[in-house]
Design a binder for this molecule. Structure first.
Ligand SMILES: Cc1cc2nc3c(=O)[nH]c(=O)nc-3n(C[C@H](O)[C@H](O)[C@H](O)COP(=O)(O)OP(=O)(O)OC[C@H]3O[C@@H](n4cnc5c(N)ncnc54)[C@H](O)[C@@H]3O)c2cc1C
Length: 340
């Protein structure tokens, strides 16, 4: 059975991995920009169950975290190097509302601890003095490395890559099934005109980490976030949420204006830090903020709507979609094997 997947981000590669567990699948992954050419390649890499201003536990967070953790391990094994760090994350409460919300979050979730000002500064001396919560279950993912490793694992199972932008579903007529994991880029396909996706642009800055300052031990998150990059000589600071944007390209003046002041009130040591890069990606947001699986045409599926929680949701949704597809073609015999 021949399957085409269009889009080599978190959703497409995780779906490929799950489908390739079946011995009768031949799979080609198409992407005009290469692996991680869309929002996934830009993702800062925060993975935790309390995404959002109020630190409420996200819907299906445990299942999502568990499914992504399994794929992180597969990726790390295929590259023979870690692609993530299970270090936890500090969410600093700068406002009265955050203090209220974060305190409540810590009172009901066993993986979250309330830290007073002193404790916050003990574990993260760079911070301005504020209390916050420590999310023990948070993971920092090196997004590009993770994608590279997971796709390598797919190739070892026979997955093929084609560096091609698909102009029309007609180009894929030789395939038995098509999976569209194109993120926010659904406009090109008239077959998807009824799908309601709002594109939300996000930008991040890469900043040189100040010399003679020890690197952060944990990602820091509040109204903005900062985490160390893979080589620890720089950090990633984000992000913007832009619903009205004219271009999908990085817009440095806007990103600086939106991100830098928030970051330096959180981490004064970053005031005046050199900007090494500004990157932009487009998130796909659905009306109910949950990912979407749809079958707009017979044997053509869509998986999108990851919003800003792609790391939390892609693996669990990709597994669900693969089960649907294998169930359609192989019924009871689908035999989706264990992921490891
Ligand atoms: C700045 C920023 C920071 C973020 N940080 C985080 C974070 O820390 N944690 C988190 O969980 N999430 C984060 N996100 C959100 C996360 O990146 C997305 O939820 C996730 O990447 C969506 O993955 P996807 O595979 O569905 O889509 P994408 O990653 O957008 O993948 C779609 C792919 O399809 C390809 N494509 C599109 N059309 C075609 C076509 N016609 N033919 C061939 N290929 C095509 C594109 O080139 C692209 O590679 C961030 C997003 C942004 C923008």
């Amino acid at each position: 059975m021949k399957i085409a997947i269009v889009g080599a981000g978190f959703s497409g590669i995780a779906t490929a991995w799950n489908l390739l567990q079946h011995p009768k699948i031949t799979l080609t992954l198409f992407d005009g920009k290469g692996v991680g050419g869309g929002a996934s390649g830009m993702a800062a890499g925060l993975l935790h169950p309390y995404v959002g201003a109020h630190a409420k536990k996200n819907w299906m967070a445990n299942e999502g975290l568990q499914a992504t953790t399994a794929l992180l391990q597969i990726s790390a094994k295929s590259l023979n190097t870690p692609v993530s760090e299970s270090v936890g994350m500090l969410r600093i409460a700068l406002t009265e509302q955050q203090r209220h919300d974060f305190h409540y979050c810590a009172s009901i979730n066993p993986d979250v601890e309330w830290f007073d000002e002193t404790r916050c500064q003990q574990i993260s001396p760079h911070n301005s003095p504020h209390p916050g919560i420590f999310i023990h279950s948070a993971i920092a993912v090196h997004a590009s490395l993770y994608l590279k490793g997971l796709w390598k694992a797919c190739e070892a199972r026979g997955g093929m890559f084609n560096l091609l932008s698909i102009q029309s579903l007609h180009d894929l007529k030789e395939f038995d099934a098509i999976v569209l994991t194109v993120g926010a880029d659904i406009g090109r396909f008239p077959e998807l005109k009824d799908i309601r996706i709002t594109p939300v642009k996000g930008q991040i800055l890469e900043l040189a980490w100040p010399q003679h300052t020890p690197p952060l031990r944990y990602p820091i998150n509040s109204q903005a976030y900062v985490l160390m990059s893979y080589d620890r000589t720089s950090c990633i600071a984000g992000t913007t949420f832009e619903r009205d944007f004219r271009t999908s390209e990085p817009d440095l003046p806007f990103a600086k204006d939106q991100i830098l002041s928030k970051i330096s009130s959180l981490l004064p040591c970053l005031e005046g830090a050199e900007i090494l890069a500004c990157k932009a990606g487009i998130r796909a947001s659905t009306p109910d903020r949950k990912p979407l699986i749809a079958e707009p045409l017979k044997n053509t599926w869509l998986l999108t709507g990851m919003g800003s929680k792609g790391l939390l949701y892609h693996a669990v949704y990709a597994r669900k979609l693969a089960e649907i597809i294998l169930g359609r073609f192989f019924g009871e015999e689908r035999g989706l094997q264990q992921q490891n």
